[in-house]
Ligand binder design. Structure first.
Ligand SMILES: [Zn+2]
Length: 441
């Protein structure tokens, strides 16, 4: 759906988050020393941790904690016949126009009163542009060797339906989950990491008896909404949008988008679609292989219906950052806090010696080494303790462990809470247990 203005949102503006991401090492423009590369981004030391934590939390909720789910990791480049069967070769297109004055390209739906959105110039007639990236396989570059970088991860789940069924002996209902990169040659990428040309998806195909599709669809919408809220996104920044019949693809029985109030407008974070039996039927027809499900209790053979919750890692990264960011007045001016859920925070603990001198640093390094076995831990000994706390607040580290001169005597450390700034003294021998309890909430 198109973005809508949303004056009611609470959270940071986009420029603030872009600047924080660059300054602290969450996200860099791809190949920045060569001027960047539109629609591609590199995730820095903190970004890679946040992404990994989001994907782990998704896998934990949707695979590990569910008896009815299994995982898959398929190749990025698949047989081009897959994309012919799915309809992507034919119809995965955006309408495109060229500006006769400045020669920039735009999507037809981005025009400003029928004219170029950049310069107001006249534009060419509309034509269809396929969003799949093409490549060629093997040493001969002819059309027979043409293949595509996958535009979504879902396609490979359908073509592995029988493999998974045969190897796991699953009964309906069950689902297959996959996390992986996908690629779309967007005409106009933008809004930071919101619309990328290379992105990562977290997708599920959930197979059910046709008469159970509607119930499963409602349950997935609820489960996915609760996942975001459970990881700290404010409920008031999320909304549901059920697409009217006129917007649905011909095979679709219903699609609901989970929307987030981004600073540039309320936009899609995730889509949950009821796809009927379209995909399995298409792949059976094009491959000639039997992809039906056999119910041995009822002695029935049929195509299961499918519910597809499809989320984006990059959009989730952006939403979690925007929602977590806050500025608070304090003694020294303003404190910037990234109030990320501990599960998502890049570092769980920072170990900070009060002074750069031995033997404080020795003890601090030893504590840091022990905690590293369990969590991502950062160690920082430069500048004043106040500034170091601020640096950790800004990247969302839930707890700081400070080793001071008294620690040498009483073998205790100060544990400081990011959100309340409350400090308590904890014996070093108990740090692991205490932090474990605090991080589990
Ligand atoms: Zn123009």
């Amino acid at each position: 759906m198109q973005t809508q203005a949303n004056p009611a949102r609470t959270g940071a503006d986009l420029d603030t988050i872009v600047a924080l991401c660059k300054r602290r090492g969450f996200v860099f423009p791809s190949s920045e020393i060569y001027g960047g590369f539109g629609g591609f981004w590199d995730f820095g030391p903190l970004g890679v941790e946040l992404r990994r934590n989001i994907k782990d939390a998704w896998w934990h909720a949707n695979v590990q904690c569910r008896e009815d789910m299994v995982g898959l990791d398929s190749s990025v480049i698949a047989s081009p016949r897959l994309w012919q069967a799915s309809g992507h070769v034919e119809t995965f297109t955006d309408p495109l126009v060229d500006c006769r004055a400045c020669h920039r390209r735009s999507r037809s739906d981005e025009l400003d009163a029928g004219r170029c959105p950049y310069c107001g110039g006249e534009v060419t007639a509309e034509r269809q542009f396929n969003l799949m990236f093409r490549t060629s396989i093997g040493p001969v570059e002819d059309t027979a060797a043409t293949a595509y970088l996958r535009p979504e991860t879902a396609g490979s789940i359908f073509v592995n339906f029988r493999n998974v069924l045969n190897t796991t002996r699953r009964k309906l209902p069950f689902g297959i989950a996959q996390v992986g990169k996908a690629f779309r040659n967007e005409i106009t990428p933008g809004k930071f990491i919101f619309r990328d040309r290379e992105f990562e998806q977290m997708e599920i195909e959930y197979f059910v008896r046709p008469e159970h599709a509607e119930t499963a669809y409602r349950e997935w919408i609820q489960a996915r909404l609760e996942w975001y809220v459970g990881l700290g996104i404010r409920r008031e920044n999320l909304s549901l949008y059920e697409q009217p019949a006129s917007e649905l693809a011909h095979y679709s029985r219903g699609t609901t988008d989970i929307l987030y109030a981004f600073p540039f407008g309320v936009s899609e974070l995730e889509g949950i679609a009821m796809r009927g039996d379209f995909d399995l039927a298409q792949h059976q027809q094009h491959s000639g292989e039997d992809l039906a499900y056999y119910d041995d209790v009822r002695n029935e053979r049929f195509f299961p219906h499918v519910v597809e919750p499809s989320a984006g890692v990059d959009r989730s990264v952006l939403a979690f950052l925007l929602d977590a960011y806050r500025e608070e007045a304090d003694r020294d001016g303003t404190r910037t806090v990234l109030g990320l859920h501990p599960r998502l925070a890049p570092y769980k603990v920072a170990v900070l010696p009060l002074s750069k001198k031995e033997p404080l640093t020795d003890l601090s390094r030893q504590v840091s080494r022990e905690l590293r076995e369990h969590w991502m831990v950062t160690y920082d000994e430069s500048q004043s303790i106040g500034r170091r706390y601020r640096r950790q607040d800004e990247i969302g580290t839930p707890f700081c462990v400070t080793i001071d001169f008294a620690s040498l005597e009483d073998r205790s450390a100060t544990v400081r809470d990011r959100d309340s700034m409350h400090q308590e003294r904890v014996p070093i021998a108990d740090l692991r247990r205490v932090l474990h309890e605090k991080l589990a909430g």
